[in-house]
Design a protein around this ligand. Structure first.
Ligand code: CMC
Length: 432
């Protein structure tokens, strides 16, 4: 599809201080047009002002599309529900990175290559012992993923496509190993090396839950469910952490450093940290009879409390990932014979009440992916502190795909926003 060849829309007219300025309007393949304000400063001496980037497209991209009003999410054009049902995480990684689903042969080659890079440099194991045992695993992730650039010097040249390819493979292959090691370190267990006859997700589960004295038999329903959770989290357009990766990468920083920056951003409770916060909230609510009290608190602006796992900057409809997540949650609980999880009861009732409440309805606040993911991950045996780490493992491919796309874009330049300065005007240093 050649979007450039479509007849372009008429330019937008802006009048500033009596002077009319024409701004080009660009159309994508689907979704809203954008008004190109790149020449605005030159024409008017004004900047645009959009804190939180609520109306700003920062780049053009072919990777992921979201229609927030419809509640639609597409990776390279494919609906998330279909990918979650019929594909697997590694094939989705290939799709996000290369633009097309792999053929059988391409998939075999890709999996083999990833599998061959799952071990980390042995010296890295020493790196972990510098952390306190009670360090949050996300803190360890930020440090260790950033440290990859100190270990793999032969894939740091961002201008060399082969270096970029090798760095991509290394990050995809090693992030689960690094994440599992962060978990093992936090509980005082020895690290488990990857076992390369297992698939990507089963390997990760085993590195987390096996010990040298007892192997972990991977439950196929659990492995499939986690694989699906990875698919759901793999990319999400220009969200905060992805924009962080792009901004870090725009300066020419190496890819490992950029992904470490993305992990740091993801950690925040308004972003990836929400799955941890949502489960903590459900635990705090504890029982169905306390829900009205928490709904009331969420509606009270002075309380500073929000329903975690509710609301989204882009989705003003049900988050399509949340629907798949809810189904996956039920599948996991059934497979593990957890018939009466009190937190699931609280979650379902909270969702039911909130979706009928005027406050949530009028503000179009629906459950997002994080609402049910915590219950599912906890049932699989992951502690709450690992939830955002799992999100980071899955999102690594999205960050890399977006970074790679930016590096290959001939129009790429360093990201450098401007500001509305509201501080003191120039004044002279007092001479006493
Ligand atoms: N509970 C109660 N009120 C809420 C909530 C919530 N979870 N979310 C938004 N609101 C209210 C907010 O107070 C505001 O009200 P008003 O217009 O009267 O001032 C209105 O809804 C719009 O909120 P906003 O903060 O301006 O919206 P935003 O687009 O800046 O924020 C959000 C989006 C996801 C940060 C926010 O909905 C939130 O804090 N949700 C809880 C945290 C969460 O679940 N985050 C995970 C997002 S999905 C995973 C990911 O992408 O990482």
């Amino acid at each position: 599809m050649n979007v450039q060849n479509k007849p372009g829309p008429a330019p937008a007219q802006l009048t500033h201080q009596g002077r009319a300025v024409e701004l080009p309007v660009r159309s994508g393949s689907i979704g809203p047009d954008v008004i190109d304000v790149g020449g605005l400063y030159k024409e008017t001496g004004c900047f645009t002002y959009d804190p939180g980037f609520t109306s700003t497209a920062n780049c053009s991209s072919k990777i992921t599309y979201i229609d927030g009003d419809k509640g639609e999410l597409l990776y390279r054009g494919y609906p998330i529900e279909q990918l979650a049902e019929h594909s697997d995480f590694l094939a989705v990684c290939y799709l996000l990175l290369n633009g097309e689903l792999p053929t059988n042969e391409q998939f075999r080659d890709f999996s083999r290559t990833i599998t061959n890079h799952t071990m980390v440099h042995e010296q890295m194991t020493r790196f972990y012992t510098g952390f306190r045992r009670d360090a949050h695993p996300m803190a360890i992730m930020v440090g260790v993923v950033g440290a990859l650039s100190a270990f793999y010097h032969d894939s740091l040249d961002i201008n060399d496509p082969d270096h970029r390819r090798v760095a991509t493979i290394r990050m995809l292959a090693k992030t689960p190993t690094i994440a599992a090691m962060a978990y093992k370190y936090s509980i005082g267990h020895p690290f488990m090396y990857p076992k390369n006859d297992l698939d990507y997700t089963s390997n990760f589960l085993r590195m987390c839950f096996a010990t040298p004295c007892e192997d972990y038999r991977v439950h196929p329903v659990i492995s499939r469910a986690l694989d699906r959770i990875f698919i759901l989290h793999a990319d999400h357009e220009q969200n905060a952490s992805t924009s962080t990766v792009r901004l870090a990468g725009s300066s020419g920083a190496n890819p490992f450093a950029c992904i470490a920056a993305g992990i740091a951003c993801l950690w925040g409770p308004a972003h990836g940290g929400a799955n941890e916060a949502a489960l903590n909230m459900l635990e705090e609510i504890g029982s169905v009879d306390r829900i009205p009290e928490f709904i009331k608190k969420a509606k009270d602006k002075t309380s500073g409390f929000r329903l975690m796992g509710f609301g989204h900057r882009v989705y003003k409809n049900y988050d399509p990932r949340a629907k798949v997540m809810q189904k996956t949650c039920h599948e996991v609980l059934t497979a593990l014979d957890i018939t009466n999880d009190p937190l699931l009861k609280v979650a379902m009732e909270l969702e039911r009440i909130a979706l009928q409440d005027d406050y949530f309805v009028s503000k179009k606040l629906y459950p997002n992916i994080d609402f049910y993911s915590g219950i599912t991950l906890r049932a699989m045996g992951f502690p709450v502190s690992m939830f955002t780490v799992l999100f980071a493992v899955a999102r690594t491919v999205g960050w890399i795909a977006q970074w790679k796309e930016m590096m290959e874009d001939p129009d790429q330049k360093i990201g450098r926003p401007r500001q509305l300065y509201i501080g003191s005007p120039r004044r002279e240093f007092p001479m006493i």
